[in-house]
Structures are given as C-alpha cells and as structure tokens.
Design a protein around this ligand. Structure first.
Ligand code: ADE
Ligand code: ZN
Length: 336
C-alpha cells in the first residue's frame, strides 16, 4: 500500500541533518566534531525544552560550509520525504544561522535552491523555499537580510519566524512582515509552541500571517480558537517535536485529536525530523498508534495539508485527487 500522499509545510531543512551526514560533511570539510561517533552524537538528543534543542541544532550546522553541503543535505531530505509520501514540500531555511558563521547568502540559499530546482524531476516532489528569521536576533537584522534576499532575487515564496519563542513576541517583526507582504511574499510564523496564546493573536493581527506553525497553545484561549476556526487559519502541527521538546508530556496527551474535533484547520508535519525521531510518515504513525486515527481522519489531515500549501490550482487539484484515491484504496484493502 503506498504511503499517504501529503504536503510537508513545517520543515526546517537544517533540522534534517542526520548524524551520519553531519560526520560525512565534517570529514569533507576537515572539521573535528566534539563527539566520538554518530551514536555519541545521537545520545545528546534528549532535549528538555526548545532551547536545549536549538543549542545543538545551531552547533551542528557548523558542518555546512559549501554550496554542495547545502545541496547534499537538501537532496537527502527530499529522497527520504518522497518515501514518506510527501508530494509537495514548503521548506524553511534559517539564513541568519549561516550568515553569522560567515557563510554568504549565495552559498546557503543557492545550495538549497539548487536541490529544490530539480526536486520534481528527481523525486516527484514539488517544492518551494521559505526564509525564516530568528526571533532571538534583532528585527533590524532580519530586515536587512530580507532586503538582501529581495535584491538578489532569491527564489523564496515567503518568510517565516522561528527560534527561541518566549520573550520574543511576533510584534517585534511587524516591519519585516509589512515589507514581505508588499513584495508579494507569503507570511508564516511559529507561535504558540512554547509561547502563550497572546503570541498567536499577534501573529494573526500584527504580522497578518497566512499560516501558523505549531499554534497548539491556542487551546488555552477559547476566543482564539473561535477566531482560528472562523478564518480557517492553517496550523502546522508537529506531534513528535512537541513530545521531544516537552511542549506536551507524551504522545497520548497530544492535543491533535481535540484540535481536529474542534474543526481547526490542522495538518501534521515533522519540524526537525533528524532530531525528533521521525519524518512525516513517522509522525502520522505515532498518531495512529496513540489514537487509532481513522483512514478518513488521516485523509482529512492530508487534504488539509494540500489546501494549506501555497500551491497553484492544478497541482492542488492533482494532489487532492491523490489523497482521495489513497482513501478509497485504503477502505477497500483488508489492511486498511
Ligand atoms: N527552529 C527549528 N525548529 C524549531 C522549532 N521547533 N521551534 C522554533 N524554532 C525552530
Ligand atoms: Zn518549526
């Protein structure tokens, strides 16, 4: 039975660096890592919160030096994503995390974009690129980087906001989002992962986002839930990430079933799959194990992902038809 076809909408390309690739790139670039081997590195992936993950995530990026490194990382992700059933991927990257290490935009953006430009031919996965800004760095820096991306005509469809959330409310970045919108870029932002519901309100009302990353803490504010339902705001939810970063205690406590039942426009994604124990298919499998998600629920999540993507009509129609075929085939197979 083929995997559930879906769109990956919440994926940090730097979060796809698997331990093996980290060692390969370190070797290629003459870097000595502070870990004995891949097992020693993987043993450090016991996170206590978002910051404990971010510390390792940024540190491991040091192995990304050349355009080829960025291309190889992206191609490795696309190969694995295709196996997971991903048919379209909107991929975030963190340009500032590379600029601060002295890696120019042309190298990091060019390397990722090179892999994306042939993703449909190579892996059957249509793709687009989103530049995410680090909210724990100054907004003025984000504005400069956005202007540079626009000036170099970087092949981005939108902007995002990520990194340490608490203490860095979305409103700090109003000017960045105003410029992005004026340039015709789509706008997304992480909000309500560790941060409070107020940050989700700000992402909606100040940044005027088209889509929210995480947003799980919206359930603490009934008026916010009603607003998200009324406007059908897409929420890209990442269950394994939420468990690993202790935003929820265990998968059995994850609010996804409640979010679905409330009629929120949720879809399931993988965030940083190399760090959190799995790709998109693993996230869906964890939900199926924990909650016995039905075939129709799975198809609904996949259809939500396709409808929430920044996709043109033809590709959207094609992918929705694939989801419906999967649903019908699953219903008629004994394994379904
Ligand atoms: N950057 C990479 N993964 C992230 C996450 N889960 N939250 C915030 N910033 C991130
Ligand atoms: Zn994320």
């Amino acid at each position: 039975m083929p995997p559930l076809p879906c769109a990956e909408l919440h994926l940090h390309i730097e979060g796809t660096l698997e331990p093996e690739l980290i060692f390969t790139l370190a070797d290629r670039n003459g870097i000595t890592l502070p870990y004995a081997d891949t097992a020693d590195l993987a043993a450090r992936y016991a996170f206590t919160d978002l910051q404990s993950f971010l510390d390792l995530y940024y540190s491991n990026m040091d192995v990304l030096r050349t355009e080829e490194d960025f291309t190889d990382m992206t191609r490795a992700y696309l190969r694995r994503a295709a196996q997971a059933g991903v048919r379209h991927a909107e991929i975030m990257m963190d340009p500032q995390a590379h600029l601060v290490r002295g890696i120019p935009l042309v190298t990091c953006v060019g390397g990722v974009a090179a892999a994306l430009s042939t993703s449909e031919a190579d892996f059957g996965v249509s793709t687009s690129l989103i530049a995410a800004f680090l909210r724990d760095r100054p907004a003025a820096e984000a504005l400069t980087v956005l202007r540079d991306l626009i000036a170099m005509e970087a092949p981005i469809v939108g902007i995002g906001l990520d990194s340490a959330e608490v203490g860095y409310p979305p409103s700090l970045f109003a000017e960045v989002y105003d410029l992005a919108r004026a340039e015709g870029l789509r706008c997304i932002a992480h909000a309500g992962e560790e941060g409070p519901p107020e940050y989700v309100w700000e992402a909606l009302d100040v940044l005027r986002v088209d889509r929210l990353d995480h947003g799980i803490r919206c359930l603490e504010d009934e008026a916010l839930v009603e607003r998200l339902i009324a406007d059908r705001v897409p929420l890209t939810v990442c269950p394994l990430s939420n468990v690993r970063l202790r935003a929820v205690p265990a998968i059995a406590d994850h609010p996804l079933p409640e979010m679905l039942a409330r009629g929120l426009n949720v879809s399931v994604h993988s965030d940083d799959p190399a760090y959190f124990g799995g790709y998109l298919d693993d996230n869906v499998a964890a939900l199926v194990d924990a909650f016995g998600l039905s075939i129709d629920d799975r198809a609904r999540l996949a259809a939500n992902s396709v409808r929430s993507a920044f996709l043109g009509g033809d590709r959207r129609t094609e992918l929705l038809a694939e989801v419906e075929s999967w649903r019908r085939a699953r219903h008629s197979s004994p394994a379904g």
